[in-house]
Design a protein around this ligand. Sequence first.
Ligand SMILES: Nc1ncnc2c1ncn2[C@@H]1O[C@H](COP(=O)(O)OP(=O)(O)OP(=O)(O)O)[C@@H](O)[C@H]1O
Ligand SMILES: O=P(O)(O)OC[C@H]1O[C@H](OP(=O)(O)OP(=O)(O)O)[C@H](O)[C@@H]1O
Ligand SMILES: [Mg+2]
Length: 283
Amino acid sequence: MRIAVPNKGRLHEPTIEVLERAGLHIENTADRQLYAETVDPEVTVLFARAADIPEYVADGAADVGITGLDQARESGHDLVDLLDLGYGNCRLVLAAPEDGDITEPGDVAGLTVATEFPRITRDYFDRKGIDCEVVEVTGATELTPHVDMADAIVDITSTGTTLQVNRLAVVDEVLASSVRLFARPDVADDPKVEQVATALASVIDAEGKRYLMMNAPRARLDDVKAVLPGMGGPTVMDVADGDEEQVAVHAVVDEREVFETITALKSVGASDVLVTEIERLVE
Ligand SMILES: Nc1ncnc2c1ncn2[C@@H]1O[C@H](COP(=O)(O)OP(=O)(O)OP(=O)(O)O)[C@@H](O)[C@H]1O
Ligand SMILES: O=P(O)(O)OC[C@H]1O[C@H](OP(=O)(O)OP(=O)(O)O)[C@H](O)[C@@H]1O
Ligand SMILES: [Mg+2]
């Protein structure tokens, strides 16, 4: 099975990291190599531009691909969105000069909109029944309203800095995007594809979770359990050195609850509390 992943740009590093954490270690990647093997002999990685990945998957050059939802939509290919990987979060927005007359989508009627996403943009205006001209550019879209190339743009924003620097204001949201695992419809149910999706999901599910280990007085076990918000019940084990009074307790806790939980645990007699990260969580 082949997975297409971004070869450069902002999605490259986090994608490699999530694959590594899912246990799909990539072997001997010389920079800019097109293909790489993984520790799983059945899984090969194909490096491609984020924008080309939907095409690679649709054509069968790869079976699944990791890229932004914006890229999948722009490609127009029918792909199955298997999993949200939770990074590359951004919005495609309609934006126009701050001090101009465009304050709602309808104001663009009869005018020109520049974008790197012509298909998404045309679909958006078609759905709204707004007639405007869409011109495709390949970068620096934010400049076009200032050089009389366009009246408005449809472009990616996340922090809003680029729009602000270019004195553009958001008029409407066109699409909320994040990085997804996509499959070609004919392989979406393939056991190997499901195995990869499960492994990647386990990484996402482990994020923001911590594993707590502690000793607790056996007599206060119910109090200890009561303050552990964890998933399901905690694991309780006898302590090996034969101290009958103490048990070892392990639990998975939301990262945001760790601080309060430790305070509460101490107050019910827990000691030697260890907090560790979780690499994967297969539910
Ligand atoms: N500012 C941003 N914040 C979050 N996600 C973003 C942002 N810009 C782009 N993305 C996401 O990353 C994807 C690829 O963008 P990126 O800039 O990494 O690639 P690129 O511009 O195609 O790179 P290159 O031009 O170097 O090939 C976008 O399609 C979008 O899903
Ligand atoms: O809201 P912001 O946080 O400012 O992010 C938005 C900017 O990020 C992307 O550009 P990128 O940095 O990928 O540069 P590029 O145009 O070279 O792809 C996008 O094309 C916007 O220009
Ligand atoms: Mg970019």
